[in-house]
Design a binder for this molecule. Sequence first.
Ligand code: SF4
Length: 465
Amino acid sequence: MTGAALTVPDEVLAKLAVAGPRYTSYPTAPEWSDAFGEDDAVAAYRRASESPGDPLSLYVHLPFCSRLCLYCGCTVEIHGKQSRADRYLDAVEREIGLVSAHLRDRREVAQLHWGGGTPTFLSTTQLRRLFTMLTSAFRLLPDAEVSLEVDPHVTTREQLELLAELGFNRVSMGVQDLDPAVQQAVRREQTADETVELVEGCRELGVAGVNVDLMYGLPEQTLDGFGSTLDLIARVRPDRLAVFGYAHVPWMKPAQKALEKYAMPDPALRTRLFSEALHRLGDAGYVVVGLDHFALADDPMVHALEAGTLHRNFMGYATRPAPDMVGLGMSAIGDVAGAFTHNPRDTETYEARLADGHVPTARGLLRTPEDELRRTMILSLMCRMRVDLDELEAELGRDDLAAHFATEWDELRVYADEGFCTLDDRRLDVTPTGRLFLRHMAMVFDEHLRAKRAVGEGPRFSKTL
Ligand code: SF4
């Protein structure tokens, strides 16, 4: 879809602005339990070790930031001193040692990502140390995607040069909105020049992949201001962009409460802001991918979308489905051999568990066959923009999906009536406007959410619109 604008009546938007998950996992994190711990995680790593030829994805969480952006939804610690990261890296080193021992010969890595926090909070010595720790235990495949998140406001030329030397081939930089009024409200001030310089620096140094993250739904945002940001970023030509909706979850992120003194964009304005992204980025040659990503037409992400091989995990959309993702660091999430693993969400507990010689997993979930099936349906919606029962039955080796999901199929008719999908007995296709309601359609397949709602409960999520 290029250049299209969304037209949905305001009263429909208001009705559908309900709370809902983003489905970076299924079952979603509120369903995971602290009954799942170290032994379960070790068992998952051992199962994963039985396929030594399959590559891994590795995610490392680096929680430190030197400033707190008020919209932040990540697990972060604000510190003035880089030296704090030394003790943290000691713990990560212990975790790498324990986890890699359980993975035995399963050591090849197709995707390595450092997220945070701000990975470039670390000094060049600390960055090099972390990279060496990882590559001493794991083997990066020659065509591996090696990426990290960078903050244009704090990342130095010296750090970029080191990252290029180490072989990082993709950076992801947060921009959100370049409008000064928005930046002041959310307390993240970052000039357009800083962003442009960082993109140009990456290119000069041969770091070919550049993602820019933008955000809509922030206080003080206007169509004109956000439109100017989109145009400026499109001129810089990152190969990929993500345009996320701001998730207001002050019960989890108390700093977000400070934003409530502003009039927040309502569902109608949020939709217009996202529509602006569809329209301006489409006109600039970007193709919309999944829920919230955009890529240049010749990008592997677009090829994966067209080939039906796009994947979705905690890091967003991925071009290669790595069968197992190992999460390292405080709060890191892994997806290994049918289980989600989740590390402690505070650094002290994470470090103490490792100092005592334990795999630090604090909670998680072992998926059931029914979870796997529903996950497949949700991933098909999120990644292929369709649920084709013939296609999925062939892939899964079953012939009963229509009967199994008869109730869900019936419930999806309401979205077909609104024009968000086309639906016949065996196939659902999301329409361009329906892209905005992917989370709603995915919720139909979420039996955990259905069970909670049936008894009047429900985990708290951000608004879907
Ligand atoms: S730099 Fe990123 S991770 Fe750190 S506080 Fe800001 S939004 Fe959160």
